[in-house]
Each structure stands twice: as structure tokens, then as C-alpha cells.
Design a protein. Structure first.
Length: 384
């Protein structure tokens, strides 16, 4: 029995399309016992993925759901195809069904774009036609890729003359937090009737970037004075203030939590009646909007060198991006960028980066963070 008596609330708080608007993320070390506890408290929507190297465990989500008294049809299971498996999506998908101990998943997302993503969408449409998936979605897509998907005639494996998708795009899962508000993709989703689902709402992406000279120490989102001021005004935690702000913008939420106390707080604060018991007023909403693009973290003394840099892979192949740690004479990988993909990093004036592999050519392509807009593009070498 649900401790809070809110067993259905997380499901009831859904979009018009029936897509749930509040679930539990399960990266960040969420394990069987945490999922089991969340089910007991009333969570009914779980986000997982095939990429175990990022902390997901589909099999543990499946184990917890199978052991629970909650019927499978009351649970919404969302998983994502591993980025390395886009070209063999149909072959790897049955493993997700086995791991999750189910005959169908409620939502299947492409974890991020990569070579062959158009054909992967076609394979996802086929799985939906076979009744193995209810909703389709993508993750880490920008407006250009979403436009190609919806308007470019991506169907059954190719991009051709405009043709309707065989299955609707139900959800886009992207990084959104107060410093990275992803406004253009949210606007695109709102205009096209697609659910926008935020990941890392609570600042986890900035925590991952600490090595790049970001604030370090306290979580820069949850420590920010604006967030704390709004939280104090409503007598809630900074985490709840951030998530409620997103909820008021119509964003679907999947915060990760291993703590029963936090899980309970999330359901109490965000789950009831499709909304919450408190609301940010227009002035507080404007204050949150004004944080977009800010360098996260409290300024360190008189350090005015902090900058944000956006790297976009405009080449045809995947590249790997490195921060050049000149002091230690080494290159530190910051991740891979699929064609068309962009990432925004927290850095400092004069920091250097290099893109290697694929279209970047044998020498790599080098960038230095300057005083300007810091919009860096990786181009195919032969087109430079
Ligand atoms: N598609 C993608 O590429 C992608 C990338 C990243 C994440 N995701 C998905 O999005 C989910 C969420 O993102 P995330 O894991 O990066 O992190 P997140 O939700 O931004 O933050 C998780 C952290 O917030 C803490 N937290 C949760 N509720 C809290 C509360 N009420 N008060 C204070 N702290 C609280 C958790 O600590 P406790 O455990 O102590 O509660 C945990 O350390 C992931 O689990 C995953 O499902 C997708």
C-alpha cells in the first residue's frame, strides 16, 4: 500500500496525450531497493536506459516492478536505446523487454542522435506497429534535428520527400536546468504538441563538469541565491523550487533520487492534482528565467574569467571533444558529439579545447575560449 495515499497521483499528473509528467530518473545510482521504495511511495513512472555505463540498470528497474504488488499496467516504463546500437536497434530491443520483464515498454527513446538515427526511427516505428512500444521519443536532439525528424520525411530509414511519420513523436528528453533552459527546443515542442521532459533538472550536469573549472563544491543550481530565495519564500527545499518552476512551464519531470525522504518530498510537492500546493508568482518566474545562460556557481572572489562555450559538431561524423589541461600536459575527454549535436560547457577565458576523430581531421580542430560569443563549430576538414 502506498504510504502517502498518492498511488495514482503520479500517473494522474499526465499530459493530454496520457504521457505522465512526473517520474523517477534511475541513473545516478538508483538501484532495485530505491525503485521498490519509490513504487511503495506512489511513483508509477520510471526512466531507464540500455547504457549501464551511465548508471542505469534496466534489470533492476524490472526486478523491482516485478516484485511489487503494483500491476504492470499501472506502471509507465520508459527506456532508451544505447547510442552505439542505433544501427541494430531492432536486434537489441528484445534485451530491454527481458531486463524489464515485460512484453512492451510504454516509451522508447533514442538516447542521442548518431549516424543512422533516421533508420533507427524507422525501426522504432516498426516496434510500435508490432505493439512492443506505446510511445516514441528522442533525447539530446536540437531544433535542427527535430525539424528534420518531423518535417524532413524521415520514415522507415531514410530522409526523402516530406512524408508523415508513421508514429507521432511523443516526447523529447533534454537537459534543462536554471542555467541551461533549452528554450528553443521547449518552444518547438510546445508548438508541435510534443511533451518536453527535462533531465538533470537539479544541477547534475554542472557537477559532472567540475573538472573543467566550473564552480566545484556545492551544487551550483541548488546553492544559487535566486533559487534559495524562492524556496525560502515558499518554505520548500531548493530542489522543489526548481522542479515546481519547470512544472509551471509545462515541463515533464524525472528527477533521480535514492532517498526515501526526497522521493516523498517530490511526490508531496509535485504530484497532487496535476500540480503542487505552491506556485512561483510571475516575478519569481521572471527571476528564474533570468538565470538562463549564467555561469553557474557563486563567483569565486574577483574571478571574472568564467565563460560558457558552446561546441557544435557540424561535421558528418562523430567527434570526441577534449579540454586541454595545459598545466598537466594532458587532454581530458569531455564527451562525444554526434553530427548535429551541440553541448555547452562551463570554462574560463583562455582555456583550450580540441575536437578529435571523424570529421575533425588528423590534427584535430582547436578552439580557445575568448571574450566573444564562444560558439565553436567543428567542420569537416575538407570543407574548411
Ligand atoms: N537522456 C540523457 O542523456 C540523460 C542524461 C542525464 C540524466 N538523464 C535522466 O534524468 C534523470 C535525472 O537526472 P540526473 O540523474 O542527472 O540528476 P538530477 O535529477 O538533476 O539530480 C539527482 C540528484 O538530486 C538529488 N535530489 C533528488 N531529489 C532531491 C530533493 N528533493 N532534495 C534534494 N536533492 C534531491 C539526488 O540525491 P538523493 O539520491 O540523495 O535524493 C541526486 O543526487 C536521470 O536519472 C536519468 O533518468 C538522462
Amino acid at each position: 500500500m502506498a504510504l502517502l495515499g498518492v498511488a495514482m497521483l503520479a500517473v494522474a499528473a499526465s499530459s493530454g496525450s496520457g504521457f505522465p509528467m512526473l517520474g523517477l530518473g534511475t541513473a545516478s545510482g538508483v538501484r532495485t531497493a530505491h525503485v521498490a521504495g519509490a513504487l511503495e511511495l506512489g511513483f508509477r513512472f520510471f526512466d531507464t536506459a540500455q547504457s549501464y555505463e551511465w548508471g542505469y540498470r534496466e534489470d533492476e528497474v524490472g526486478e523491482a516492478v516485478a516484485a511489487s504488488a503494483v500491476p504492470r499496467e499501472e506502471v509507465f516504463l520508459q527506456t532508451k536505446v544505447h547510442p552505439d546500437d542505433l544501427k541494430r536497434l531492432a536486434a537489441v530491443f528484445p534485451a530491454s523487454l527481458r531486463n524489464l520483464r515485460t512484453g512492451y515498454v510504454d516509451a522508447l527513446l533514442m538516447h542521442r542522435p548518431g549516424p543512422g538515427w533516421q533508420a533507427a526511427w524507422g525501426a522504432m516505428e516498426q516496434l510500435r506497429a508490432e505493439g512492443k512500444v506505446r510511445h516514441l521519443g528522442v533525447s539530446n536532439f536540437d531544433v535542427a534535428l527535430l525539424t528534420e525528424l518531423l518535417d524532413g520525411g524521415v520514415r522507415g530509414g531514410g530522409t526523402g520527400a516530406a512524408a508523415a511519420l508513421r508514429a507521432p513523436l511523443a516526447v523529447v528528453q533534454n537537459w534543462m536546468d536554471p542555467f541551461h533552459q533549452d528554450a528553443d527546443v521547449r518552444a518547438f515542442c510546445a508548438a508541435r504538441g510534443v511533451v518536453y521532459q527535462a533531465f538533470s533538472s537539479l544541477g547534475n550536469q554542472w557537477q559532472h563538469m567540475r573538472d573543467l573549472g566550473s564552480s566545484g563544491g556545492a551544487n551550483p543550481v541548488l546553492a544559487h541565491p535566486t533559487v534559495n530565495g524562492i524556496a525560502a519564500a515558499h518554505g520548500v527545499s531548493p530542489a522543489l523550487a526548481v522542479l515546481r518552476w519547470q512544472q509551471q512551464l509545462g515541463v515533464a519531470l524525472i528527477p533521480a533520487s535514492r532517498s526515501p525522504q526526497h522521493q516523498r518530498e517530490l511526490l508531496r510537492g509535485l504530484g497532487g492534482d496535476g500540480g503542487s500546493s505552491f506556485s512561483l508568482n510571475p516575478e519569481q518566474m521572471r527571476a528564474m528565467a533570468a538565470l538562463d545562460g549564467h555561469e553557474p556557481g557563486a563567483p569565486r572572489g574577483d574571478d571574472t574569467s568564467q565563460r560558457q562555450a558552446t561546441f557544435r559538431n557540424a561535421a558528418k561524423a562523430e567527434v570526441e571533444l577534449f579540454w586541454v589541461d595545459e598545466a598537466a600536459d594532458r587532454e581530458v575527454s569531455v564527451g562525444e558529439l554526434a553530427p548535429g549535436q551541440a553541448t555547452t560547457l562551463s570554462s574560463h577565458l583562455g582555456h583550450r579545447f580540441v575536437a578529435r576523430g571523424g570529421g575533425a581531421g588528423p590534427e584535430g580542430q582547436h578552439f580557445e575560449v575568448g571574450d566573444g560569443a564562444n560558439d565553436m563549430r567543428v567542420e569537416d576538414r575538407d570543407e574548411l
